[in-house]
Design a protein around this ligand. Structure first.
Ligand code: SF4
Length: 687
């Protein structure tokens, strides 16, 4: 029996793991006490969710739709056509050798880009791939195909965090290590169901609460963590920015801000202060007239006082970012930290909780339409995913490379996405299992999972872990598929021996973060990881003496909350319909890509269930299933559960199972600056 150390394949906490392996089979996964992130603990996904790698449902090396070959056979080079037709047609697919599949991809991409231009190609990466593959996907798109259209699934999660944080402090990443929870004096969690989505971080928070440190939980419903909180602050839908502005208003009117820190480390405070004081919605008393939330002025002021007077950390998740004002809310969180001096020191700072294991790393690699690697300006800015989808409908984008991101499940307005995907001439997908997007794909490459390969992952606290294979298989890694197609295109731009070789180039191309992060150093710190920037040494706390802006200062910016939706209705005492929010459950992770293949996890959660307020119970009487219908579409029939944890008129549902059709209900409304969709609030009727 072997024992192999690596990193968890699931969430952005990025726990170090150790596995026992026998005869190329993972027997168990556990954490060692010396692991910096895990500290010897894993959640159920980390501990039990490893069997997906050994599932009999894994995709084969490659499969190609026979209908795709038939559609193109008139124009296919004879040798390639003969090679492909030599394989038997099995249920509408052939299962050829990799070289023939690469050749077909290259031929089709050449045909499309010759006819429609290079910009007719787009690529969307997933944040569960490692840095090496993400780096290569953007390089392939930009340098081999010469298209600027590269994006990743940060578009549906933390793109607003990046935007908002950079606008104030010049860097869109967590400022401190998770271990700073041990050093903090107060914690605010806003828009993050931490016990379900980032359980090991939640454990650290709960431990600290038990030691006597206070916690404020701000959400639209009572989440599990709220039981441990001094302040269980339930706010109406779409009121994050309102809450944050009220925090700032209290800190300013009660002169709780840190004058010295503001004077030495920031600019624009006076103008910001003036704007906030002249905005009547920023006064916490605004809530006195919002039916059902009249107690909030007192609570918000208490939270603001405790936050400003103590060494405090703020944690947030998609409950902040997936809104019309997600980027502005992330920026407002930064304003709070800077005005109170709660940044640039141990135990105080800003902690965006990234969803997947490599959201941070995928963005660092430049898998974004507006950033090259290391957040440099690209020559041409590409389209963001929602704009790519419009361009597919308009016929401007004809070919899509989709790597580890099921856009036919996890994006909003699925009726529209169906239309966009059906309009494409060519879809290539790298995946582990069949899912919604593979149904549309012409060519599907089955690739190695995180437990079968070597590569770097960057967790939500900027910590790099180098994974190593727990088991072996002969599927290609994502980057090998990309390179295979590139070589078939006769490009010499991608020519790497292994992932170490790619990482050596990443260190040169991302010098501000990774110049000193060699594989050797990461191997020596396998269970500890290292936090970027890593030059001579790692950097646990950012912004110690200056911010990462051009002038080294933080720049205050105010954004007024725009009155709308539920708050407007409550003010007018005119409630109609229901407001729905969505989120994760502990056992699953996004589209359950891996977790649904783990029997131990699947048996704990097999279907998405709608949570309904006990105050609305009479409305649901006599119903066994309900359908959620919005302006955009409807869900499939869903079970529901009555609970006291949800406020009247609001609903919650998880979105893990494709058959539920939850994302058919959410629409095109999105964060104004990044187009991250408003997954966290939509008005629905019950049928
Ligand atoms: S908290 Fe996240 S990283 Fe840690 S074991 Fe659970 S899923 Fe894995």
């Amino acid at each position: 029996m072997q024992e192999i150390d690596s990193v968890c394949a699931y969430c952005g906490v990025g726990c170090d793991i150790s596995a026992t392996v026998e005869d190329n089979e993972i027997k168990s996964v556990f954490a060692k006490k010396e692991g910096t992130v895990s500290e010897g603990q894993l959640c159920v996904k980390g501990k039990y969710g490893f069997d997906f790698a050994q599932s009999p449902n894994r995709l084969p090396k490659v499969k190609i739709k026979t209908s795709f070959i038939q559609k193109n056979e008139l124009f296919l080079p004879k040798a390639l056509k003969d090679a492909l037709y030599a394989y038997p047609n099995t249920d509408g697919y052939i299962y050829p050798d990799l070289q023939s599949a690469y050749a077909l991809c290259a031929w089709k991409l050449k045909q499309i880009t010759t006819q429609h231009g290079n910009f007719s190609f787009a690529a969307i990466g997933g944040a569960r791939g490692n840095c090496e593959s993400s780096y290569l996907l953007q390089k392939f798109t930009r340098k081999v195909i010469n298209s600027p259209h590269i994006d990743n699934c940060a578009r549906v999660c933390h793109a607003p965090t990046l935007k908002g944080m950079r606008s104030i402090i010049g860097e869109g990443a967590a400022t401190n290590p998770f271990s700073d929870i041990k050093k903090t004096e107060f914690m605010i969690v806003i828009g993050s169901n931490t016990t379900e989505a980032h359980p090991i971080v939640a454990n650290k928070m709960i431990k600290k609460v038990k030691e006597g440190v206070n916690l404020a939980v701000v959400d639209v419903r009572e989440i599990t963590l709220a039981k441990k909180a001094k302040y269980n602050c339930i706010i109406p839908h779409e009121a994050n920015l309102l809450f944050l502005n009220m925090m700032a208003h209290t800190i300013i009117t009660e002169a709780l801000y840190d004058e010295t820190f503001i004077a030495q480390r920031s600019s624009g405070f006076e103008a910001y202060k003036e704007e906030i004081l002249s905005d009547p919605t920023a006064n916490p008393d605004f809530f006195a007239d919002v039916k059902g939330y009249e107690h909030l002025p007192i609570m918000i002021r208490e939270i603001a006082r405790e936050y400003a007077s103590k060494k405090s950390l703020i944690f947030w998740g998609l409950g902040i970012t997936e809104h019309l004002d997600g980027s502005y809310a992330a920026a407002s969180i930064c304003n709070l930290a800077v005005m109170t001096g709660n940044i640039g020191k141990e135990g105080a700072g800003l902690m965006p909780l990234r969803g997947q294991n490599n959201v941070q790393g995928t963005c660092d690699m430049g898998c974004l339409p507006y950033y090259d690697p290391d957040y440099q300006q690209p020559l041409i800015e590409g389209l963001k995913t929602p704009d790519m989808l419009n361009a597919m409908i308009d016929g401007e984008i004809k070919a899509l490379f989709n790597m580890g991101e099921d856009i036919a499940h996890i994006h909003t307005n699925q009726n529209k996405i169906e239309k966009a995907l059906q309009n494409l001439e060519f879809i290539v997908v790298n995946e582990l299992f069949e899912n919604e997007i593979t149904k549309y794909a012409d060519i599907v490459f089955g690739v190695k999972s995180a437990y079968e390969k070597t590569g770097v992952y960057v967790n939500a606290e900027r910590r790099l872990h180098l994974s190593q294979p727990l088991i072996n298989n002969d599927l290609p890694d994502d980057w090998e598929v990309i390179q295979g197609i590139s070589k078939a295109l006769e490009s010499d731009k991608l020519d790497y021996h292994d992932s170490r070789d790619i990482w050596a180039e990443v260190q040169v191309k991302v010098p501000n973060r990774f110049s000193g992060a060699s594989y050797e150093k990461l191997e020596q710190n396998r269970l500890q990881g290292l936090q970027w920037p890593i030059h001579e040494q790692e950097t646990p706390v950012l912004h110690l003496s200056e911010f990462r802006t051009k002038d080294g200062l933080a720049h205050f910016r105010y954004k007024k909350w725009v009155k709308r939706g539920m708050v407007s209705e409550l003010l007018a005492d005119k409630r109609t319909d229901f407001y729905l929010t969505s989120g994760r459950v502990l056992e699953h992770y996004n589209n359950a890509a891996q977790t649904k293949e783990s029997e131990k996890l699947l048996k704990r959660h097999r279907e998405d269930v709608v949570l309904v307020s006990s105050e609305d119970a009479s409305y649901f009487e006599g119903k066994e299933y309900i359908v959620l219908r919005s302006y955009y579409g409807k869900s499939n029939p869903l079970k529901f559960k009555i609970t006291k944890k949800i406020k009247k008129g609001t609903l919650f549902v998880s979105f893990h199972h494709a058959k539920s059709h939850i994302n058919f209900v959410f629409g095109d409304e999105a964060d104004e600056l990044t187009k991250t969709a408003r997954f966290k609030s939509v008005k629905v009727r019950i049928e």
